[in-house]
Design a protein around this ligand. Structure first.
Ligand SMILES: Cc1cc2nc3c(=O)[nH]c(=O)nc-3n(C[C@H](O)[C@H](O)[C@H](O)COP(=O)(O)OP(=O)(O)OC[C@H]3O[C@@H](n4cnc5c(N)ncnc54)[C@H](O)[C@@H]3O)c2cc1C
Length: 417
């Protein structure tokens, strides 16, 4: 888009969900702004590619229509709703666990002790029921412990190790003993009480829909921010207010340059790190799989979860083919060989996988911000008078964290500009 020489009331850096939500809310509030995005399209971590005849999201992720700051801007008429059941594979047997209110047959294998003793399941169900009424301790995290410590204290040994931990690691893209209990409860609550699924055509349908008609300068990497200005290559733009809506690692670089890190407490600044994950896409001739997410209850290989994604969203694969999306987390992911992934997938799906065609592999070095125990969940951070820091790393690692953060910063600017 054509850039103007004059100063901007507001510059937003980053067209991920946080930056897009900030822009959408500023537009509603009548505040002028421009977005500067280093890549060639909107969405940040919420993007998809057409790979031959397949649609591959850049990392397996579901969009949750239960997120309040998503539905304020996005109400699709058509959407692939995902089941909340999960299939747990233990010694080649598949146990389906899920909400019996959704599908009564879930209850039958839910009671099987291979996935945890009945008493453990009752304890866990009671815990889930109590999530809604937990006090909102967004800013008081002194007593926060790791999700793993909290689950051990709940007394759900087998259920935790075979179901909750393998499933939750795929949500946090991090080890459960490294993740804040309070943050984990928030994500689990959204999943249980939300409406997860996929937009028609891939997750980038969401990003494109949010970005439609917003003033975004693509291929505009911001290299420096300072008092009342930002620099894109050799070009300097004046801006009365700046919303820094990049991922945490990019923000850390820009903040160092702007010498404003002293405005952040050391715990927040130090925890601006991110996890790595890898998503593999394989195709096979149409298989009788369904769209339920699979996890390995015994953790016998590198794969954290796997789903026949084209069974949830048929347009992801051409007719006669099934597309499997499988995620591996942790720093080993880059070194994990395809053969070990294939071997593990063979045991997860109970079929030979040698003939599966590798369609794509995404190593996502900046997957989710780490959220250790004690890290607060803020809406946004004010760094001086002009700079507001937003994103999932400021709030909590999810689309809602990013969107809500952008909305709150926009409202703060409209109040004070
Ligand atoms: C594999 C994976 C699975 C996930 N699964 C889920 C899920 O199931 N449910 C869920 O709720 N969330 C999920 N998430 C998390 C969710 O996608 C993110 O929390 C959210 O998209 C973060 O948005 P953001 O705007 O804060 O950051 P980003 O999406 O990282 O956006 C930042 C933007 O800033 C741009 N940028 C960076 N540096 C600069 C610069 N110097 N100048 C200009 N632009 C710059 C980037 O290009 C990017 O577009 C998942 C994420 C991943 C990676």
């Amino acid at each position: 888009m054509a850039s103007r020489r004059s100063g901007l009331p507001v510059a937003i850096i980053g067209a991920g969900l946080a930056g897009l939500a900030a822009g959408l809310r500023l537009r509603e509030l009548g505040v002028e702004f421009e977005i500067f995005e280093s890549s060639d399209a909107p969405g940040g971590r919420v993007r998809s590619d057409q790979v031959g005849e397949y649609i591959c999201d850049r990392g397996f992720q579901l969009v949750n229509l239960g997120y309040p700051d998503l539905t304020r801007f996005y109400q699709p008429t058509d959407f692939h709703r995902a089941s909340k059941a999960i299939d747990v594979v233990i010694n080649s047997k598949v146990y389906r666990l899920g909400d019996p209110r959704e599908n009564f047959s879930n209850l039958i294998s839910s009671l099987n002790p291979a996935t945890g003793a009945p008493l453990e399941k009752i304890r866990f169900l009671n815990f889930l029921r109590g999530l809604k009424s937990r006090p909102n301790s967004l800013n008081e995290m002194d007593e926060d412990q790791s999700f793993e410590e909290a689950m051990i204290a709940l007394g759900i040994g087998t259920l935790y190790s075979r179901v909750v931990r393998p499933f939750a690691q795929g949500v946090f893209l991090d080890r459960c003993d490294q993740v804040s209990e309070e943050m984990a409860y928030k994500l689990i609550d959204f999943f249980i009480n939300g409406s997860p699924g996929l937009p028609i055509g891939g997750v980038s349908t969401l990003s494109k829909s949010l970005a439609k008609d917003l003033p975004i300068n693509f291929k505009s990497q911001v290299d420096e921010i300072g008092e009342g200005f930002l620099r894109i290559g050799k070009r300097k733009r004046k801006a009365a207010r700046i919303i820094l809506a990049t991922d945490s690692l990019a923000a850390k670089i820009l903040l160092s340059d702007a010498q404003v890190e002293r405005s952040l407490d050391s715990k927040t600044f130090d925890s601006m790190t991110m996890s790595t994950s890898t998503t593999w896409y394989h195709a096979l001739d149409d298989a009788g799989f369904d769209a339920t997410l699979r996890i390995d209850g015994l953790g016998t290989g590198p794969v954290t979860n796997s789903i026949a994604i084209s069974k949830l969203a048929p347009e992801y694969a051409p007719p006669g083919k099934t597309l499997i999306s499988s995620t591996v987390i942790g720093s080993v992911s880059e070194n994990t060989s395809e053969s070990s992934v294939r071997r593990h997938l063979a045991s997860i799906w109970g079929v030979e996988t040698e003939e599966w065609e590798l369609i794509a592999k995404y190593v996502i070095k900046k997957s989710l911000p780490h959220h250790p125990p004690g890290k607060a969940m803020k809406s946004f951070l004010s760094l001086g008078n002009q700079l507001l820091l937003v994103g999932d790393h400021v709030a909590f690692p999810s689309q809602q964290g990013a969107l809500g953060s952008g909305v709150s910063a926009a409202e703060e600017i409209a109040r004070t500009i």
